[in-house]
Design a protein around this ligand. Structure first.
Ligand code: SME
Length: 149
């Protein structure tokens, strides 16, 4: 994981690229390096509106390009500001399906100056793949991304 952190730092610190290019590169890297990450993307709050909009991502096209606060796993994290690990999406009532192949999901908030401004969302085709190491890695990424927003 620490090798991955180094590579993510290099992406984030690159002087020439804009933030969306950097976020896309992070999605591509995670998608390549972690085999059970099968959809990796960012959502951000839409200005002052209580909704999220889809940012850079890698994976299947999703219908959920705008998500109201409170709806689905992402919308719940927009409200709670807490990491949400869903080992089995079929056990969740408040869940928005992106792909029939998705079995589990983790969503980690991005805070800037203590405000919840967005999140990283990972879907997996495996049941219960996410460990404390995933949570720690993704929370670190969100902290670093938050500093650049
Ligand atoms: N499953 C998410 C919606 C986003 S897609 O997974 C890309 C949710 O329940 O919020």
């Amino acid at each position: 994981m620490s090798e991955l952190k180094k590579r993510i730092s290099v992406i984030l610190e690159a002087p020439e690229a804009d933030i969306n290019t950097k976020l896309l590169k992070i999605c591509q890297l995670l998608d390549q390096e972690i085999e059970y990450y099968n959809w990796t993307g960012f959502y951000f709050r839409n200005g002052d509106k209580e909704e999220l909009v889809l940012g850079p991502y890698v994976g299947a096209k999703t219908d959920h390009t705008t998500i109201p606060f409170g709806k689905g796993i992402c919308g719940q994290v927009a409200v709670s500001g807490q990491t949400f690990v869903v080992p089995d999406v079929h056990q969740q009532d408040n869940y928005l399906s992106c792909s029939m192949d998705t079995k589990s999901e983790i969503v980690v908030p991005i805070l800037k100056d203590g405000k919840n401004i967005g999140q990283i969302d990972i879907d997996s085709h495996k049941v219960n793949p996410f460990t404390k190491a995933d949570e720690a890695l993704l929370e670190w990424i969100c902290q670093e991304v938050g500093k650049k927003m």
